[in-house]
Design a protein around this ligand. Structure first.
Ligand SMILES: [Zn+2]
Length: 280
């Protein structure tokens, strides 16, 4: 984890900015048009969401919308700061259900006993799902700028949403792509399907398009293609283990994958892949 909140807004394509905030080096996007700015992802809690709103004042136009790339806390727990100002929040239509299943119970546990996850600052968080659920490709015009929102098949989560700004050839993809570390198999991830979801997205990404990952520096199409290939190798490993009936702890990951992911994360992919009907 490097960079962080002191780096300021960095223009990664015409009128599209990335800011990397600590904690967790999370990417926040700003799509700036003549009449307003659209913020992509809202950080870890309402206080951090407020900080984004303050930092966006330097664009000199109001914040007219927010978008969540997926349901995870570091990308959406700041939502209530935007909702409090009446700013519409766009996000995958599955976020409310994902909150109920994963984020809600975890938040309740941590709020009751903050010592469980002392690095989280969630005392003031009220889960705030998107006010505008997105269930099909949607083109919105906000701040005078056209923005395309594309719900993705299950991958990093079942709430992944690709944000594309066609006039700037830039994509903000959240954690279906990570640059600062290996893509994370966490709560509610779909290791059997993630690579294929990326492969489908690649068909629409141009060779010179700019891609903003959920964590880390901007990457190009070739980086996405390589991450898709590695994720497909993970899916193949999980399938082999299921077919052979190999217990998760006995699987020997291929060297290439063992070099890219920590062992515990590959085991969690194996558990998620073999343990759930949803994956098939
Ligand atoms: Zn993240």
């Amino acid at each position: 984890m490097s960079a962080g909140g002191d780096g300021g807004w960095r223009e990664v394509a015409a009128g599209v900015f990335q800011r990397r905030y600590d904690p967790v080096d999370v990417s926040v996007g700003a799509i700036v048009g003549p009449a307003g700015v659209v913020i992509v992802d809202t950080r870890n809690n309402p206080r951090e969401g407020e900080e984004i709103l303050r930092d966006a004042e330097e664009f000199g136009v109001p914040v007219v919308a927010a978008v969540n790339t997926h349901a995870h806390y570091d990308h959406s727990f700041g939502n209530q700061a935007f909702a409090a100002r009446g700013i519409p929040i766009y996000g995958h239509a599955g976020i409310a259900a994902h909150y109920e299943r994963f984020e809600g119970p975890r938040l309740t546990r941590v709020q009751a006993d903050p010592g469980r996850e002392p690095d989280k600052d969630w005392a003031g968080v009220h889960l705030t799902p998107p006010t505008v659920p997105v269930s099909a490709v949607t083109v919105l015009t906000a701040g005078g700028r056209e923005i395309e929102l594309q719900p993705l098949p299950p991958g990093h989560t079942d709430t992944d949403l690709a944000v594309r700004v066609p006039d700037a050839a830039v994509w903000l993809l959240g954690d279906v792509i990570e640059q600062s570390g290996a893509p994370m198999f966490g709560s509610g991830s779909y290791p059997l399907r993630w690579g294929a979801a990326l492969r489908g997205l690649l068909e629409r990404i141009g060779p010179a398009d700019v891609i903003v990952p959920g964590h880390g520096e901007v990457v190009d199409r070739a980086f996405v293609a390589e991450q898709a290939r590695l994720l497909e190798e993970v899916a193949a490993m999980v399938r082999r283990a299921i077919e052979a009936g190999t217990p998760v702890d006995d699987v020997l990951p291929p060297d290439e994958l063992a070099a890219y992911w920590p062992d515990w994360m590959l085991r969690s992919a194996l558990r998620a892949g073999s343990g759930s009907e949803m994956q098939k």
